[in-house]
Design a protein around this ligand. Sequence first.
Ligand SMILES: Cc1cc2nc3c(=O)[nH]c(=O)nc-3n(C[C@H](O)[C@H](O)[C@H](O)COP(=O)(O)OP(=O)(O)OC[C@H]3O[C@@H](n4cnc5c(N)ncnc54)[C@H](O)[C@@H]3O)c2cc1C
Length: 303
Amino acid sequence: MINKMIANILPYMPKKLVWMFSKQYIAGQTLDEAIVNAKKLNEEGILTTIDVLGEFITTLDEAEENKKEYLEVIEKAEKAGVKGNYSVKPTFFGLLLDKEVAYKHIRDIVAKAAEYDNFIRIDMEDSPCTDMSIDIYRRIKKEFPTNVGLVVQAYLKRTRQDIVNFKDINEPDSKVNLRVCKGIYVESADISYKKYEEINSHFLDDIELMFKEKMYPSIATHDILVVEGAYKIIEKYKPAPEDYEFQMLYGVTPALRKSIVDKGHRMRVYVPFGKQWFGYSTRRLKENPKMAGVIIKALFKKG
Ligand SMILES: Cc1cc2nc3c(=O)[nH]c(=O)nc-3n(C[C@H](O)[C@H](O)[C@H](O)COP(=O)(O)OP(=O)(O)OC[C@H]3O[C@@H](n4cnc5c(N)ncnc54)[C@H](O)[C@@H]3O)c2cc1C
């Protein structure tokens, strides 16, 4: 209860205070810090996907700036030898202002990653973005078959059919690579499942469908029940270790993460960084109000 209250008032708290909580979830305010933290994860046998924080833009100039920033991030992280790829949010490149502009920017970023034989994951945002993001993914995959992937959300009723539809672009040497996650946005009951059990069961069905179709599932969850369900599916389909991966967010459930790595599964951590850390952290905290306890503890801790 108290945690929920704190989570709600968090956006109005001084930024310094919020940072005490946020630094656990954010790999830094600068790229240099993010690279150091990504390399620490690499040392633990974990791959990364670096994300520049920020979503909502109001002008296409910002979209252009954001593209340039990503190109620099890729250049620098590759030169630093980080083992990992990159995640992008289409609205960061103007999806809701001009879809064609967003497509071109994301395409340029994928082209840059392709120079390093690397990969860009297109994150999935709320439902007005779904069709446009799928379309952008399809167009870019045609040009760069192995350098781009998308996200699907198990809470959306449409997702199973979306996966089935991707069969037409799934090839043995350029698999459809989808991050399956529960979904983080508030969607209406017409288009989304609301119950925990229902979302989990669709999550596992989606992964199973992907294994059956010989696609590449990226299983993004911190939910032990989903992880255990995924283990059973992996046991059943016996994919090679390089044919799927688990994914988690930076700083979340590190013990579960380690147990997955210790079992020999590929693990990738989402490494968000950047000036716009404030919005990201308040969203994460609302998702898990228990974490508000961290702030209270930090307030009373010495040093
Ligand atoms: C790598 C990655 C990428 C993602 N990309 C997207 C995306 O593109 N689009 C999208 O809509 N969503 C995305 N998400 C978010 C996702 O949709 C879920 O909202 C989020 O992962 C919580 O769901 P869960 O499967 O962990 O299960 P939940 O049932 O929410 O959580 C299970 C347990 O995990 C722990 N936990 C979960 N979240 C946190 C947290 N923030 N802090 C501390 N503990 C926590 C708690 O112990 C909780 O009880 C992504 C998630 C991951 C891991």
